[in-house]
Ligand binder design. Structure first.
Ligand code: NAD
Ligand code: DAU
Length: 370
């Protein structure tokens, strides 16, 4: 094998797509999936590649310094793609300490463990790539409330003139985004202080197969199927910028191999949707694929108390990534959503499996606490 890369959080939603892509594309690179297997990590997500000679899994906690240091040094690791995190905003509102521990201390632990092993050898050929979120930039205004969903382009979005760029000031609002922001700062500090070759990317909302059904899209598809209420926070007017997960994984591969170290790239699809408009599309597509009259399940929409500190609008400007590295999203939203709904409807076993046991307890408590 030519080199060894650790992907942290490889058993989660985005991480599993990244691991699959790397294992398939680079048969001579060893890919180690390092994951604690929290409620969000699931090795079923990687069944199709688990026997590949260049893939291995290590169950470990990124907060465990000695263990992480040993894994990096005993495997001669040259690159780290860091996705492990607590990722759900609602949970962070109920349990901020867990988010600070995993997202901040876990990232710092990885950085320091990598530094201890890499610095004496020289930084040449090493890379620490930290996957972050657009939520660190805070929230944008909704200056064109009657915009046309999905129609954004560089120069002005459908719901407002401004976008998050790589220069936008950090202004996180939730404990989740505050913890992610802090971890981003630590990564840059390791570059600026020790010269570690780091990369940070800030991506918009992902959707696609294997997403844990506490997040809007898989939760709602599952609820529509079972004719359960669809809990829309507030008035459903918040705007999110959606990107198909495989397009994010492609961007991660490209940036890891060709990105300029010490810099940041924003990743997004210029694809803004108001929640309520997106939910109506989801209902139509799910109804159609289930053989029900399209839109029949709109009566499941239930407006509930808003998320505390709910960010109004996210919109990413990914021009830098397009101009420097030539990346663009490959899928139209309509195509991505259809593929996604079909995948969840075809994988009811996966949904049933991940929504049993521990998850149910968390979920029930979450709603009690709201
Ligand atoms: P996820 O919750 O689906 O998966 C997280 C993974 O991390 C799980 O496999 C979990 O077991 C693992 N993990 C958690 N704590 C760990 C620990 N202490 N040690 C080792 N492993 C641990 O998350 P996701 O949605 O795939 O997000 C992955 C990354 O991408 C996160 O860093 C998130 O902030 C970022 N991100 C997510 C999105 C999105 O829309 N989902 C968008 C932008 C950025
Ligand atoms: O922007 C990137 C971020 O996207 C990632 O960093 C996070 O890890 C990821 O979870 C996601 O955060 P959001 O909070 O935007 O995603 P979520 O799916 O939780 O919610 C999407 C929108 O839908 C948001 O405005 C809240 C709303 N919502 C969500 C749920 C779960 C509802 O109205 N009802 C719901 O039940």
């Amino acid at each position: 094998m030519k080199e060894t890369i650790i992907v942290t959080g490889g058993a989660g939603f985005i991480g599993s797509h990244v691991v699959r892509l790397l294992v398939n594309k680079y048969p001579h690179t060893r890919i180690i999936n390092l994951d604690k297997l929290t409620y969000a990590g699931n090795l079923e997500n990687l069944k199709d590649i688990e026997d590949r000679p260049n893939y291995s899994f290590i169950k470990a906690d990124i907060c465990d310094y000695e263990r992480v240091k040993d894994i990096i040094s005993s495997n001669g690791v040259t690159g780290i793609i860091h996705l492990a995190a607590e990722s759900h905003v609602d949970r962070s509102i109920l349990d901020p300490f867990t988010f600070a521990k995993t997202n901040v201390l876990g990232t710092l632990t990885l950085l320091q463990a990598a530094r201890e092993y890499w610095e004496p050898q020289g930084w040449e050929g090493k890379r620490f790539y930290h996957i972050s979120t657009d939520e660190v930039y805070g929230a944008l205004e909704l200056t064109r409330p009657e915009g046309v969903p999905g129609s954004g382009e560089s120069g002005g979005g459908p719901y407002g003139d401004d976008f998050f760029t790589e220069e936008t000031r950090y202004q996180p609002h939730s404990p989740y985004s505050a913890a992610k922001a802090s971890s981003d700062h630590f990564v840059r500090a390791y570059h600026d202080t020790y010269g570690m070759p780091t990369l940070v990317t800030n991506c918009s909302n992902n959707y696609g197969p294997f997403q844990f059904p506490e997040k809007l899209i898989p939760l709602f598809i599952n609820n529509i199927r079972h004719r359960k209420p669809l809990p829309v926070y507030g008035k459903g007017e918040n705007v999110r910028d959606w990107l198909y997960v495989e397009d994010h994984a492609r961007a991660i591969d490209l940036i890891f191999h060709e990105g300029k170290v010490g810099t940041t790239y924003n990743i997004g699809g210029f694809n803004e949707w108001k929640n309520i408009d997106l939910i109506k599309v989801l209902i139509k597509v799910t109804d159609r694929l289930l053989g029900r009259p399209e839109g029949e399940d709109e009566d499941l929409i239930t407006y509930v108390t808003d998320r505390k500190g709910h960010d109004l609008r996210y919109a990413i400007d990914s021009t830098k990534l397009k101009e420097e590295l030539g990346w663009e999203p490959s899928l139209q939203f309509e195509e991505g959503i259809e593929k996604t709904v079909r995948w969840y409807l075809d994988h009811q076993d996966w949904l049933d499996n991940v929504t049993s046991g521990d998850y149910l307890k968390y979920y029930e408590n979450m709603y009690k606490g709201r």
